[in-house]
Unconditional design. Sequence first.
Length: 461
Amino acid sequence: MTAPGTRAEASAEDTDDLDVEEALALVRDAHREPRDDSTDDGAGQASAPAAPSPGERPADRHRATPWPQAREAAARAARSRARRAPVSVALGDALGLALAAPLDALTDLPSFDTSAMDGWAVAGPGPWQVREEGVLAGHAQPEPLTDGEAVRIATGARIPADTTAVLRTEHGRIDAQGRLHTTCEMLHGQDIRPRGQECRNGDQLLPVGTLVTPAVLGLAAAAGYDTVTVVPRPRAEVLVLGDELLTEGLSHDGLIRDALGPMLPPWLRALGADVIAVRRIGDDAKALQKAVTRSAADLIITTGGTAAGPVDHVHPILERVGAELLVDGVKVRPGHPMLLARTKDHQHLVGLPGNPLAAVSGLLTLAEPLLRTLAAHPAPERYTLPLREAVHGHPHDTRLIPVVLRGDHAMPLHYNGPAMLRGVAAADALAVVPPGGARQGEEAELLDLPWATAGIGVCFT
């Protein structure tokens, strides 16, 4: 098996089951003029068409799923599985999850009349005689006021009965006789937060499906919650394939550093998954089959091995375990040989290509929609920006190109070949370039990288 950085981007299947339409299509293709399948070589230059990879079948190109439909298939696969049981978690563990039950107020907010400002609680018209003791937040109900009386009060403190208003500190003055006067007009009820102003006990504050943000945590706590009911985080397991991979040091003697083992777990966490294991399988078919059949994850991620080389075991293993192949190849560059399979009623497998940027493409094409749907998160709002430079396109496939966002434009980055991470490491997003390419100034759909919009501290929870 070849390694991240060298794996062929081609999937292969037996040719025995070609149907009539596919056979006719192959005959027609054989008599056509050769077409220009040049692609960007990662340095902004057009390269010559790549030779067919070993083991690639002529039918592969016809059977690959168009990129938009592949993403829809991944989301649909997650929706088709049995509904996941909600769980109750402490507020501190709920960030980034979706509510599985409405957030209904467990108390009035505020639960008693409170002062909105530091100042004096006053009763009736002034001037007022000021009590010696003040009223602080967190203390029991103070004594009622009588007309012409005032008492010092802190923000959040309980309002004494029969209070007319709260006079702010900056709007009051004390005369030589110790009486309080207002320096501006005062309205009845001014700077008092009445009980139930924000909500009443039993009011629905947030519906099912709301994403738990820091603000939601604060609201839940204020409304009386210690725990919330949420859709559990999807569990993911990463299986790193390849005998040629090193976990430390420099490449040597045909061995190379594994880029996907360090990259995939945090990226999956950024997509909302709980990574329960990372296993290094090598080029061992029996070990791979054992890992797949024994996994308790909702999503298994494999790296490499999706082509048809002598040690590319993913397809044979999936067939052996009776998996249902939902997507077998996607019309996208890089990442063409990615796949999606249902291995059990409650489990899916995403096979990523071994080339690092191709694997990123597979994550955003298949893993992201599936994980998002499992977690009951809403689909991100589609948006576009004009490209600052023209981008070469593949004649038939979508391209995903790393870009940085500069003002109201997206700047394509070089070093965007399938084996390269230099471009995406500096990127804010991936631009979706349709077949045929995109002109300078043309609008392109953008796929945000999770940390570019939310911040590492929020994403990696």
